[in-house]
Design a protein around this ligand. Structure first.
Ligand SMILES: [Zn+2]
Length: 448
């Protein structure tokens, strides 16, 4: 049984899917006006790992993440660069998708965009107005927060506190300072005709509409960074209660933020680390390990030491895995020892850690037990071949859940011949020849 810390109930809960053996999951995606920084990449890697783990357990996972391609920041970027908003968003969507791939993330089932969801959004807002949950002022449409008793439930705030705490805004059109925009009348940037004005939708309404149009109802998991809890996710919940009588998702999962050496990462301070820049420096495997080494709800304090640790972890994992891979390959043995107690316990340990609110840090401990066992198998002369192959399968699965591939491939006949000649030269202490063959082996990128 997978247990999840539900941000909505603030406790660990058993995961019970809406449809048997299926996971319906939505994670808020980026606003496409800039590249992805490492803070944005944490939920990307984490929810990819969640998807992988559910698939490893045999669930069918439908993972949807949107692109916000209408926003003031996109307009500003377009004006500053002298290009259209579409050009800005196309450019960054392409770039961000490439970064997803570089991080070895599995493709999402859908990446809906706001510009492709306008008719659905207009219908949704119309229905909210009809239900009395939204009101029109001079062509703008606002959500009426006071109409939803549970408003603020996710971030544990009450309407009274929020109103008292709200700064007096210049916008006096609203009934209430906390009411948020569903439709904005505007002549600036991309706009669409609507029953209220020519304008565009507000950010908080798009995810609710996308979820409902793709999944046709409530989903299992809604995810995002913890900075989205308020107001974005509380606003999603309020609209959904008003419109669909449910809270969007049964489980709300939020990943912690990233700061840089104790300081908030921000463009104004100039300490932002871009995902692609880091990927130019270290392999994606190291990047993912650095993220997964810290439990997802904790803040991650990015510093070089974390990267060094992940680098050294990955080298150990790679060496052990590839060594085991080659030895199993050489043995040609096909059997598996499915009743082996030690190996079953290892599998259990990994699965238990991941089932405990996706505790990747503890799952990594299980991976290191696999490293240790692999090294023993590789070292010993008379290793049990079926146990060795069973460990290789387990090890492969663990690394797959973490989204890590070491790149080792079965040798071709020619490569095998090369390796044999190298080993023979070494046995015969013909170091001149063995060095030369070794060079060739490295050149071909083969792991020994
Ligand atoms: Zn969202």
């Amino acid at each position: 049984m997978v247990r999840i810390y539900n941000s909505l109930s603030k406790q660990l809960e058993d995961f019970i899917p809406i449809k048997e053996n299926e996971v319906l999951m939505y994670v808020c995606g980026p606003t496409v006006y800039d590249r992805m920084h490492i803070g944005n990449s944490r939920p990307v890697i984490f929810f990819d790992t969640v998807t992988r783990f559910f698939r490893y357990l045999g669930y069918k996972v439908t993972y949807v993440s949107n692109f916000t391609d209408i926003d003031d920041k996109i307009i500003a970027r377009a004006q500053a660069s002298g290009i259209s908003e579409e050009e800005v968003s196309e450019h960054y969507i392409k770039e961000i998708k490439t970064t997803y791939q570089r991080l070895n993330c599995l493709p999402h089932e859908y990446n809906p965009r706001v510009t492709e969801t306008i008719p659905e959004i207009i219908n949704f807002i119309s229905a909210l107005i009809e239900k009395g949950g939204a009101y029109v002022v001079d062509g703008d449409v606002y959500f009426d927060c006071a109409k939803v008793q549970e408003y603020g439930i996710l971030s544990s705030q009450t309407i009274e506190n929020l109103i008292n705490g709200a700064r007096i805004e210049a916008n006096e059109k609203k009934n209430n300072p906390i009411d948020f925009t569903l439709w904005k009348k505007t002549s600036e940037g991309l706009s669409w005709p609507s029953p209220w004005s020519v304008g565009r939708p507000g950010w908080h309404t798009e995810c609710v509409v996308m979820i409902d149009s793709i999944f046709k109802g409530k989903i299992d998991i809604h995810g995002g960074g913890t900075d989205l809890k308020f107001p974005h996710h509380d606003n999603e919940i309020a609209q959904s209660i008003c419109s669909h009588d449910h809270m969007v998702a049964n489980y709300w999962i939020h990943s912690g933020l990233i700061d840089a050496s104790g300081e908030k990462m921000s463009k104004s301070i100039g300490n932002v680390v871009w995902a692609d820049d880091l990927l130019d420096r270290v392999p994606y495997q190291v990047y993912r390990l650095m993220m997964l080494n810290v439990p997802y709800r904790q803040p991650l304090n990015y510093k070089e030491e974390l990267l060094d640790q992940a680098q050294s972890d990955y080298e150990k994992i790679k060496r052990a895995f590839n060594g085991l891979f080659r030895k199993v390959e050489e043995s040609g043995n096909e059997g598996l020892s499915e009743t082996d107690e030690e190996l079953n316990a290892l599998k259990e340990e990994f699965t238990k850690a991941m089932s405990d609110d996706f505790n990747t840090a503890n799952a990594l401990t299980a991976i290191f037990k696999a490293v240790k066992m692999a090294n023993i198998f590789v070292r010993e002369k008379d290793s049990d071949l079926t146990r060795m192959r069973t460990l290789l399968n387990l090890f492969t699965d663990f690394l797959w859940v973490f989204g890590i591939e070491t790149g080792v491939k079965p040798l071709t006949r020619e490569e095998r011949d090369l390796v044999n000649r190298y080993q023979q030269a070494r046995r015969q202490k013909n170091y001149q020849l063995s060095d030369k063959l070794r060079e060739e082996i490295i050149e071909r990128g083969l792991d020994l």
